[in-house]
Write a protein that binds this ligand. Structure first.
Ligand SMILES: C[S@@+](CC[C@H](N)C(=O)[O-])C[C@H]1O[C@@H](n2cnc3c(N)ncnc32)[C@H](O)[C@@H]1O
Length: 223
């Protein structure tokens, strides 16, 4: 069993997953979707969303004109009734070469072991024509304060560490990183909605000045 799969296959975890996007989490969800749509031009694109979970990013990309397939290792996370969603492993993608223009994968990299990163990127590049957008979590951020407390195992990768690994892959033509959220996910999720909106207004400005401490890094890899 690979890291992260077991946890999200639990019925009680999967059925409660979207609760984190209520209250202050609504702000987080909106900001994350906005950020992804800033980085991905979805119109008429064939898009693969890896580790799609309950499909919040896949749905947003579909609504903005993308032709989206959402893949996840947990059948329990996928929401029934949504077309184009399938069960599968990120490290063995069940697709032919270059069938997608763009691949996305949000809140997933931290569930991979460090040694799996080049393998994962290789598999993404095999099925993707243009680019890959994903996010990682920064160990030099407030997230590190509660990382130890979380019940599922995950990895926080330093930006410089990821940059070195990815730039060394011979199929990578360009790489951009974009820091976001000084306040980590877990903190937004426990705030009342109105308070989270206020915090987010400050957060958006503060992260520009304190980018090395951002909790989330958005990456765009050009193939
Ligand atoms: C934190 S959730 C993120 C879900 C969604 N991207 C979001 O941001 O709401 C992580 C997801 O990764 C999925 N996952 C874990 N290991 C996987 C693997 N090897 N292949 C595909 N999906 C995997 C889990 O089932 C879970 O749905």
């Amino acid at each position: 069993m690979k890291l992260g799969q077991e946890w999200y296959r639990r019925e009680e975890v999967a059925s409660r997953y979207d609760q984190r996007f209520t209250h202050g989490g609504r702000v987080l969800n909106r900001e994350e979707i906005e950020k992804l749509l800033e980085l991905v031009d979805t119109e008429d694109k064939r898009i693969l969303d890896i580790a799609t979970g309950t499909g919040r990013f896949a749905e947003a990309m579909e609504e903005t004109g993308g032709d989206v397939v959402g893949l996840d290792a947990s059948r329990e996370m996928l929401r029934p009734g949504r077309a184009g969603y399938l069960v599968g492993d990120a490290l063995e993608l069940p697709f032919k070469d270059k069938v997608f223009d763009v691949t996305t994968s949000m809140r997933f990299l931290h569930l991979l072991r460090p040694r799996q990163i080049p393998e994962f990127l290789g598999e993404v590049e095999r099925v993707t024509e243009e680019k890959f957008v994903f996010e990682s979590l920064n160990p030099a951020s407030l997230r590190a304060l509660y990382q130890w407390y979380l019940p599922q195992r995950s990895y926080l990768f330093r930006t410089s560490y990821l940059r070195e690994i990815i730039e060394n892959l011979d199929f990578v033509k360009d790489l951009k990183s974009d820091p976001h959220f000084l306040v980590p996910y877990g903190a937004y999720q426990v705030m009342p909605h109105g308070f989270a909106e206020k915090v987010n207004r400050i957060d958006r400005k503060a992260v520009e000045a304190l980018s090395p401490l951002a909790s989330t890094i958005y990456w765009t890899v050009q193939f």
